[in-house]
Design a protein around this ligand. Sequence first.
Ligand SMILES: Cc1cc2nc3c(=O)[nH]c(=O)nc-3n(C[C@H](O)[C@H](O)[C@H](O)COP(=O)(O)OP(=O)(O)OC[C@H]3O[C@@H](n4cnc5c(N)ncnc54)[C@H](O)[C@@H]3O)c2cc1C
Length: 203
Amino acid sequence: DLPSSIIRRLPVRFTYNNNYFNDRYQGIPIGGYTKIFKQLLAGSDVELNVDFIKERHKYINKALKVIFTGTIDSYFDYCFGDLEYRSLRFETETLNTSNYQGVAVVNYTDRETPYTRIIEHKHFEFGTQPKTVITREYPQNWNRTIEPYYPINDNRNQQLYAKYKNLAEKEKNIIFGGRLGEYKYYDMQDTIRSALNLTKEIL
Ligand SMILES: Cc1cc2nc3c(=O)[nH]c(=O)nc-3n(C[C@H](O)[C@H](O)[C@H](O)COP(=O)(O)OP(=O)(O)OC[C@H]3O[C@@H](n4cnc5c(N)ncnc54)[C@H](O)[C@@H]3O)c2cc1C
């Protein structure tokens, strides 16, 4: 059911390089994302555990401009129907060993294994702790009560997104950003590039 353009996203290789990504640099910010975001947000007021949708009037009245990074269809009360996502279920375990798989990520692409990858978190930062924490990722069907992860870029969803985008363009002082607001498959570098471009545009 997927559009033929998806074939361009499938890495086909004729080498013995078993690295999934082709990027020259792979990693996370030193100290992790929490540290970088704490520094980025230093001096700002941060309110957590609030649902913008439920309290939208309060926030819209408070700000000259709002950047909304939630799902674009939820903002419009799903008036044209739900955009679809793939979701995931995570199973995390602490193991009494200093090393489990030697690297941060191992993908499992065979049909028999129920999880698609195992993350061993310590290797992102070259940790030397006596124990290790691993997370198995299982594919899970999405519904409104669970976290949306990857947009499903088939024709139905693209057409639906175009309708929501059209409504979004008519909203005054609300900017829809990020993977959920733009209904795009974004990696971190795409997200950061898009945010910087948006910032230039706004400023
Ligand atoms: C399982 C998984 C693995 C990934 N692995 C990689 C990887 O290895 N490398 C890589 O480069 N990228 C990876 N990504 C992609 C990367 O995480 C995303 O592209 C990036 O986080 C998108 O940033 P964002 O700001 O657009 O969205 P998000 O990080 O999703 O931020 C959106 C924010 O909006 C908040 N929000 C939503 N709705 C509301 C609401 N109604 N009220 C208040 N707040 C709301 C959410 O809580 C969230 O904090 C992965 C993504 C997933 C899901």
